[in-house]
Design a protein around this ligand. Structure first.
Ligand code: PHE
Length: 447
């Protein structure tokens, strides 16, 4: 165990787990998905998914990881050796590499935007100017691949240096700062003329917008944002000592993560509607509106550059947690040295990321895939970020509840006298609600 590394303290763990959860999922993906799915109603369903599905699965993953002190593949093997259950772990490893591949492209956008704002490229621009800068930026193939490479290299470097030293240090200081900046931006956005229309889009549910896709996207977003369904939280749990309370850690992570996402919506939608911009334009949404907000603030560009820097750091604490999944697998199961595992898996994610990097116009084929009529990045985001994560979460919930059994999981959760008042509710959620609901949403999508 000592050789696997461990979190320095419970606070270190919460910060690292929250660092994993809080990232582009909250500030980039949540607003663009909300915008595409009609606004307030999506937000309601999303919050429902976090409580009913996210929290129970989060506890399931943490307990499975800490009970076995293993990576996702090893954890299933340890509990049910000789069965096929460890393929759930393999699915997680694959999903991790695929999510990292496009996530690092968006993270590269944040890095690019640090320099663009610093260089004053958005100075004095209104929405059409910002849109032009953005589309020429994502349409530059070499730049996009370069930024992807830079982000993967940063990630692989930190992961190659190991658990406590690598992961913990980066999460500690910058998150509170990011939160503060988000609050300031929210105030600016809410006081723009015409902001009320955005608020009503964000807060007043329109039940006419309801359809099956909204449920899949809300559920997928909940798992994505909480880093669930691919074994990230399982792996992070495996580095946690028995003394720490899984319940309060999980609650902290969920509350922090959800507040940041909700906050991001309070920045994006009032500003969008005040500029008469469409909320459903997809993955480019926040990159098209944020510079407009900055240009309406005194000293906005310096502020903007700092914001994108913090966003890049938030993305980095997430990418290291994604890469940690395949790396922990290779270290534990294949006895690879950490360095080799980190660089090799980073390399694989880079290669798979190239189509996403070219999908913003760098190569026509990937900007609009034949037959599907969608760009590669959006496709990858939905396929791995919604569907694969949901399948992973379904399998984890089913495994913990019906194969490992809730009694064993609860024993782990309440180890060393930790209290869990809602134990019975959790057991019901993980046994019945999670598997059935996830399955129903998935099946309804493909029928
Ligand atoms: N939760 C992260 C975010 O919201 C992304 C992530 C997904 C991290 C899956 C780890 C695993 O940005």
């Amino acid at each position: 165990m000592a050789s696997r590394g461990n979190w320095g303290s419970k606070l270190g763990f919460i910060l690292a787990a929250a660092g994993s959860a809080v990232g582009l999922g909250n500030i980039w993906r949540f607003p663009y998905t909300t915008g595409r799915n009609g606004g307030a109603l999506f937000v309601l369903i999303y919050i429902g998914c976090v409580i009913v599905l996210g929290l129970p699965v989060l506890l399931a993953e943490l307990s499975l990881g800490r009970a076995t002190y293993r990576n996702p593949v090893g954890a299933f093997r340890a509990i049910r050796p000789g069965t096929k259950w460890h393929f759930t772990g393999y699915l997680g490893v694959l999903t991790a590499v695929m999510i990292l591949s496009f996530y690092a492209v968006i993270a590269g956008w944040t890095v690019g935007y640090i320099f663009k704002t610093l260089a004053g490229q958005f100075n004095g621009l209104e929405k059409s100017g910002v849109a032009a800068v953005f589309s020429s930026f994502i349409g530059s193939p070499w730049l996009q691949v370069l930024l992807l490479a830079i982000f993967i290299i940063l990630t692989a470097y930190i992961v190659s240096r190991g658990v406590a030293a690598g992961l913990e240090k980066f999460s500690k200081l910058l998150m509170p700062l990011l939160f503060l900046i988000l609050v300031l931006l929210m105030v600016r956005s809410l006081t723009l003329p015409g902001a009320e229309k955005g608020l009503s889009f964000y807060l007043k549910p329109d039940f006419a917008a309801l359809n099956g896709r909204v449920f899949l996207e809300a559920m997928g977003q909940a798992f994505f944002s909480l880093s669930l369904g691919l074994g990230t939280m399982l792996t992070y749990g495996s580095y946690l000592g028995k003394k720490e309370s899984l319940v309060s850690s999980a609650a902290w992570v969920a509350v922090l993560d959800t507040s940041v996402a909700i906050l991001a919506g309070f920045i994006i939608f009032p500003a969008l509607f005040s500029q008469n911009m469409a909320p459903d334009q997809g993955p480019g949404l926040v990159f098209a509106i944020l510079p407009v907000i900055f240009s309406h603030m005194p000293g906005g560009m310096a502020f903007g550059a700092f914001f994108f820097l913090l966003l890049a750091v938030a993305a980095l604490t997430s990418t290291i947690s994604i890469l940690e999944v395949p790396v922990a697998f290779l270290i534990d199961e294949k006895k690879w040295p950490r360095r080799k595992a980190a660089w090799l898996m980073g390399g694989v994610a880079f290669l798979f990321g190239i189509p996403s990097a070219l999908s913003g116009g760098g190569m026509a084929f990937f900007s609009r895939l034949p037959l599907l009529h969608v760009d590669f990045l959006t496709l990858w985001d939905k396929a791995w970020g919604n569907v694969a994560l949901s399948v992973g979460a379904l399998l984890v919930a089913f495994f913990v509840a019906h194969v490992w059994k809730t009694a064993n999981a609860l024993q782990e959760i309440t180890a060393e006298g930790a209290r869990f008042r809602l134990a019975r509710l959790w057991a019901i959620a993980i046994k019945y609600v999670c598997p059935l609901l996830i399955l129903a949403v998935l099946v309804s999508q493909f029928l």
